[in-house]
Ligand binder design. Sequence first.
Ligand SMILES: Cc1cc2nc3c(=O)[nH]c(=O)nc-3n(C[C@H](O)[C@H](O)[C@H](O)COP(=O)(O)OP(=O)(O)OC[C@H]3O[C@@H](n4cnc5c(N)ncnc54)[C@H](O)[C@@H]3O)c2cc1C
Length: 496
Amino acid sequence: MTDYDVIVIGAGNAGLSAAATMQRGGRRTLLLERHNVPGGAAHSFVRGRYEFEVSLHQLAGMHGEGPLRAVFDMLDVTRRLEFVIDDDLYRTVVPGVLDVTLPADWQGVIDTLDAHYPGNRAQLTRFMELVRETGVWQLVARSSLHKMQEMTEWLTGLSDVRRYGLKSFQEVLDDFFTDERLKLVLSSYWSYNGRMPSQCPFMDLARLITLYIEFKPYQVVGGSMSMSSAMLDSFLEAGGEVKFNANVTRIITRGGAACGVRLEDGTEVSSRMVISNAPSITTYTKMLEDGVVPDRVLRDLRGRTIGPSATVTYLGLDAPAAELGFLSSTNFIHADLDERATDRSSRTLEPARFLVATCYDVRPTGYAPPGTSQVALASLHYAAPWEAVAPEDYAAAKFAFAQTQLELLKAVAPGVRDVIEEAEVATPITFKRYLSQPGGTIYGFEQDASDSWLFRDEDLKPNVPGLVCISNWTGAGGYNSMIVMAARVCQRILSM
Ligand SMILES: Cc1cc2nc3c(=O)[nH]c(=O)nc-3n(C[C@H](O)[C@H](O)[C@H](O)COP(=O)(O)OP(=O)(O)OC[C@H]3O[C@@H](n4cnc5c(N)ncnc54)[C@H](O)[C@@H]3O)c2cc1C
């Protein structure tokens, strides 16, 4: 008799979703988290009178029949939370070149872009239809992997999806449009994938755009910390057990199959199955004894690249959002149209050339005190340039970079500097330290076409018997993806 049926390592989005699904499915589940709070990246921190959202900019998949809502309903989480729908999809600004706000509506996107860039209506209509077909097919196919034949037959009828699916987003844009401004607006969500449009698979961005338009961009009252607490409550109410400050150092195996874990303090706990929400690269290379992980898995890991992290400046502003110029919650601000220069800048500490400026109080989410607003300025960065900064120069480097983000922010909110009450800057080093993510990465491995869910779906064929890895590193990252994927994988296990 084992201590538990299932041990889940890590209480991030995926770990919480997996633990709640297994426990509610009747499996005695122990959740072990090395931190003293749940959530991983879905978390908050306090400075002065502000509680800052660490990572959630826009929640996808919550509206109508959205995949995230379906999981939250199943886990009895929806009723514990309050949501606010963003009015806009996003606003994209290049100072002096363009300033376009898109609605979260298929036809609205076509109408808005045609108004800004006349003469493109027919192509816009075709393009958005392609995005929608590609996105919807993937969403349905991913939830119906057991019906692969039906999904393949459906795909056979979608000739454009087959033609464009594995091209880069930029290649497809180039096939449809000539105006670089229009292309930049349409590709704004690239930063939610971590790859520039020229490297980002069309399929991935089409899925993202579909999730946000079809199921609307949401904010959560109380931020992602409320979501993490609600998922934890769902797990505990069903009888699950959680231990915080519980750093798992080893996955114990017997006959090559996972059968428990060892904690940093030496405690050993046995189980019939282990689910790891720790990065798969850490799970396979540091937590298992030699010889257990197949060579092909280790070779594959060695051939992959760690994706970007971010430098995020969190601001508590002593003025309401509208007074400062924030008309949309999500603002993508570019220095110019030069994508290559922006890509290069994510590997250096040169002045910010791109940022996602998220204001959480355009429609209040209950985070900032009345009359104030909370803003996060995120620029994608790899860890290397930050790791090269000497410790004694680190604080100065952080705030110097933040100054350049503020400079870019002027295009949307020129008066922000005068009302800053609190400011904190997190770099890839911060995310590496607090989230235990190699490279501080936001989405795990670089999201290349070869990483597509079409080619990798570990849960269907575990690499180590009794061990399932579910995290950013085993599929497309993000809140919706992680929570939904973990619940689906666990439902499949429960049904076996
Ligand atoms: C700055 C930032 C902005 C983002 N913006 C968005 C956004 O707007 N929209 C969106 O959808 N996504 C966004 N993301 C991405 C999203 O947050 C992640 O994809 C998602 O939260 C990852 O979930 P996870 O469960 O895989 O990993 P994590 O959240 O990293 O959770 C892993 C958990 O495992 C624990 N753990 C690790 N090792 C051990 C161990 N050995 N023992 C015990 N516990 C362990 C960690 O402490 C952590 O709690 C953002 C991320 C960041 C950092």
